[in-house]
Design a protein around this ligand. Structure first.
Ligand SMILES: [Ca+2]
Ligand SMILES: [Ca+2]
Length: 496
């Protein structure tokens, strides 16, 4: 509207200039449909992390766009991952290592988030659901932000598993009609936005919360998994070659509980059902895009804030620097590309730190100078284009892992290390860090980790909204791995 008004004024007072303007190429910025999924690992059809995963809608999206099959979160926890992606800044630059609710004021004052940057660049910005961790954001970011009406969900624990009466540790179907579920409502908001006429380009952020705990969703998505759910590959003595700082990050107490209750199979079925439920809602939004006037002038980006352990490395949840926690679904589809081939895969190791610069590049905008990462537009145009640096993941100050196509190299705050070769060890079972044969490879990867001696590691931002969680790191070095006994035996991998 403002653009029209400016044009009208220009036409009245400067008729010559106005005629020049009509012949000049107009900058048509693409719309951006930004789909954030919470806690979804590679158990999807398009990543093949679980043979039974049913995700037809996201698979179709991956087929149309570029499927980044070796993508990794910046941090394996909702808050630091989302802060890093939305500001384009590594935790080692901001000090945002643990959880914050909401985003600290000092960060907002110094940096511009992606939605705020786009809004200031002329975009209409719409959001719903979980984009930031624990808060909707601030007025400078959003033209409109939708908070759906809340319905209490009724659980059916008889058809699954629940620890006591916990609202969070529940793994079962719900009894409510579909439209009463938060993700359904969030997707419906996205559908409404896509159904309207917009005179400016828009950024539409749809934040889907499943498969985050509790693993509850409508029954029909559980029914997609009628057969026994296959367990992932787990080596019982996997922790034997892992330094204690790494073992301290594993949630072995959950593994202990699920084994005692013989509940792992039900936990995994519930997780898969919730992924299929997320897929269903993503599909509804994509259908609305296809039916809209924006079907050929929109960038669709889908990502998850981190991966998830389902028993691998004897761990449950996220919060580690192993593959299951760092690897994420990540798809970009530029619908403006005509005749692009289907099934494009980029297997370069990339980090979600690149999202900000990539979207700015696709929109023809120059991002704020402090934004880190690099544009992935070269990889979108030719998925075999090599990236310049490994994908870096941080969990707590001093704990870093670098992933390349072949390697994962991890160094903890106390100097202990892990090294895995993904060529012959995709499960990261054999720690090669102490093997002299790979010393040179290790050295090369180590050069990419932040070095406190060179001032590359910001202190943890210590504000009152901080939630430390269970990070064992430079700011909390004394946490010890749990000792557990099961059937009279010391739990393998516990600190002896
Ligand atoms: Ca999350
Ligand atoms: Ca091992």
């Amino acid at each position: 509207m403002r653009q029209l008004l400016v044009s009208a004024i220009v036409m009245i007072f400067y008729p010559v200039m106005a005629s020049a303007q009509t012949t000049a190429p107009r900058v048509d910025r693409p719309n951006i449909l930004f789909i954030a999924i919470d806690d979804m690992n590679d158990w999807t059809g398009f990543l093949g992390g679980h043979p039974q995963a049913v995700t037809p809608r996201m698979d179709a999206l991956a087929d149309r766009g570029v499927n980044f099959t070796n993508a990794h979160c910046v941090a394996p926890g909702c808050s630091p991952s989302r802060n890093a992606l939305l500001f384009g800044l590594e935790p080692s630059s901001t000090g945002l290592y643990p959880f914050y609710k909401p985003v600290p004021d000092s960060i907002r004052a110094k940096h511009r988030s992606l939605p705020q940057f786009l809004k200031e660049s002329g975009y209409l910005t719409f959001g719903a659901g979980k984009i930031h961790h624990g808060a909707k954001g601030w007025p400078e970011e959003w033209t409109d932000y939708h908070k759906p009406e809340w319905h209490k969900l009724e659980y059916d624990p008889e058809a699954g598993y629940q620890i006591g009466t916990s609202r969070k540790m529940a793994f079962c179907p719900t009894r409510n009609p579909l439209p009463e579920h938060p993700d359904y409502k969030v997707a419906s908001y996205g559908i409404d936005v896509l159904g309207k006429t917009h005179e400016q380009p828009f950024f539409l952020a749809v934040g889907i919360v499943k498969p985050h705990l509790p693993f509850v969703c409508p029954k029909r998505f559980f029914e997609l998994y009628p057969d026994p759910v296959q367990p992932p590959a787990i080596q019982m003595n996997d922790h034997d070659d892992i330094p204690w700082a790494g073992r301290a990050l594993a949630k072995i107490n959950d593994d202990f509980r699920f084994r005692s209750d013989e509940a792992w199979e039900r936990v995994r079925r519930s997780y898969l059902a919730c992924i299929s439920w997320a897929d269903y809602n993503v599909g509804r939004v994509l259908d609305a895009l296809t039916a809209s006037p924006y079907a050929e002038n929109t960038i669709v980006i889908l990502w998850s804030d981190h991966g998830y352990h389902q028993g691998e490395k004897r761990s449950f949840r996220k919060f580690s620097l192993w593959e299951e926690a760092t690897r994420v679904p990540f798809i970009i589809w530029d619908t403006r590309e005509k005749g692009a081939t289907r099934g494009r895969v980029c297997s370069e190791a990339v980090s979600l730190i690149h999202v900000y610069r990539t979207l700015a590049d696709l929109a023809g905008l120059t991002p704020p100078a402090d934004v880190q990462g690099t544009s992935l537009v070269p990889q979108l145009r030719d998925p075999s284009t090599p990236v310049v640096a490994p994908a870096l993941t941080t969990w707590g100050r001093g704990n870093y892992t670098a992933r390349t196509e072949q390697w994962r190299f991890t160094r903890y705050f106390d100097g202990t290390e892990e090294l895995y070769s993904h060529i012959d060890d995709p499960n990261e079972w054999t720690n090669l860090a102490g093997n002299e044969k790979w010393a040179a490879a290790k050295q090369k990867l180590a050069a990419f980790l932040p070095d406190p001696a060179k001032g590359e590691e910001a202190p943890m931002l210590d504000v009152k909204q901080l939630e430390r969680w269970s990070i064992t790191g430079a700011d909390r070095p004394n946490l010890k791995p749990l000792q557990k006994k099961w059937k009279g035996r010391l739990w393998p991998g516990s600190r002896k």
